[in-house]
Design a protein around this ligand. Structure first.
Ligand code: FE2
Length: 358
């Protein structure tokens, strides 16, 4: 292994260590073969030095014609496989813990509940690459537990980006884990229904906020967490439920969970909808985010989330495939995409949009 300047990189060299940005986003995983796309990604993220395997660089040069997307390489990395296994295990633990809360008077031990999820960040050295991994974990169709863990992870990332204290980050992560606890009491037939809910079923589903609060209200848990369970569907403009609260009346942790919850719900496969492209969700957030959500939360989220797609391969509505090479800060949902030898600036080509990350 040796440390070299990014300017000295030759195609075919292989990363000996994960490469992270200063704010802990995974840029490229260990084992990545450095092709022009990967090298451009390093430049885009202002990385100056990387550790490479110096022994087999020449041999790899010959094989460097094999091009794989960042997402595919990430999915094949050991780090991602470990993350996926840990997540599946944590989902089972969470299911057991939440059901126990329902059936017994035992208090949720909030610290121990969040511990497995927080350890995912430890294993990933301060949480680097978590967003990349979540984006690559979209095959699950789980109404409560996997969703709760994703919301906990995304909320944790938002809290870090907002520079919250360690204590607050832990509390916010726990709130993410338990935010939908009330769904334990909602009939499975409603949670897993593949067609649209009737107005009555929809009203029943909405009761999960109050039911969750009832379940936790007498337990020895941080009141912010209880309020997050009650208020995570409230919206800044009063259009949410169950109380129609506005702005500051909604506790800060619920304002973070609200953004993480809706982003994860839309971009995941669900019983009643296919995953929506993250860029579509970002576009919707750009359009009405400041009306519905807390300004600090939504702006922090948008500024960070779009950049996690840099150098990802995407499919466009005109069926072309290309690579995201520039995120325009004015139009986060409309980056510049390189398709073959041409560059499509989606902020100018409003007739084309990104349909999927591939
Ligand atoms: Fe919910």
């Amino acid at each position: 292994m040796k440390l070299i300047s990014v300017d000295e990189i030759q195609q075919g060299m292989v990363l000996a260590q994960n490469v992270y940005t200063l704010d802990d986003q995974l840029v490229l995983p260990k084992g990545t073969m450095l092709d022009p796309k990967a090298i451009r990604r390093l430049h885009n993220y202002n990385i100056f030095n990387v550790f490479i395997n110096d022994d087999d660089a020449k041999e790899k040069t010959i094989k460097s014609s094999k091009k794989e997307s960042f997402g595919k390489r990430l999915k094949e990395s050991r780090e991602f496989q470990d993350f996926k296994r840990a997540l599946e295990k944590d989902a089972k633990l969470l299911e057991t813990a939440l059901k126990k809360t329902f059936t017994s008077d035992e208090a949720i031990k909030s610290q121990s509940l969040a511990a497995p999820v927080l350890s995912l960040f430890d294993q990933n050295e301060t949480g680097a690459g978590i967003m990349d991994m979540i984006h690559n974990l979209r095959g699950y169709d789980d109404a409560i537990y996997m969703h709760s863990i994703s919301v906990a992870l995304i909320s944790n990332m938002i809290a870090r980006w907002m520079r919250k204290s360690d204590e607050e980050i832990k509390m916010i992560t726990t709130a993410g884990l338990v935010h939908d606890i009330g769904k334990i009491i909602i009939p499975q037939s409603i949670l897993t229904k593949t067609s649209s809910l009737t107005p009555r079923e929809n009203e029943t589903l909405k009761t999960h906020t109050r039911l969750g609060y009832q379940l936790l209200k007498d337990k020895d848990i941080d009141p912010h967490i209880k309020n997050a369970v009650l208020m995570h569907h409230e919206r800044n403009d009063g259009s949410g439920y169950p109380l129609g609260l506005m702005g500051e009346k909604i506790v800060p942790v619920a304002r973070i969970i609200a953004v993480a919850d809706i982003y994860d719900d839309l971009t995941s496969k669900r019983a009643n909808h296919e995953p929506v492209s993250p860029f579509k969700v970002i576009e919707a957030f750009e359009a009405d985010g400041l009306i519905k959500y807390d300004a600090d939360v939504i702006l922090t989220f948008l500024n960070h989330i779009a950049n996690t797609f840099l150098a990802n391969k995407v499919r466009l509505s005109n069926n072309l495939e290309g690579e995201v090479i520039y995120i325009n800060p004015e139009y986060l949902a409309r980056p510049t995409v390189k398709c073959g030898d041409s560059f499509i600036d989606l902020s100018r080509r409003k007739d084309i949009y990104i349909t999927a990350i591939i």
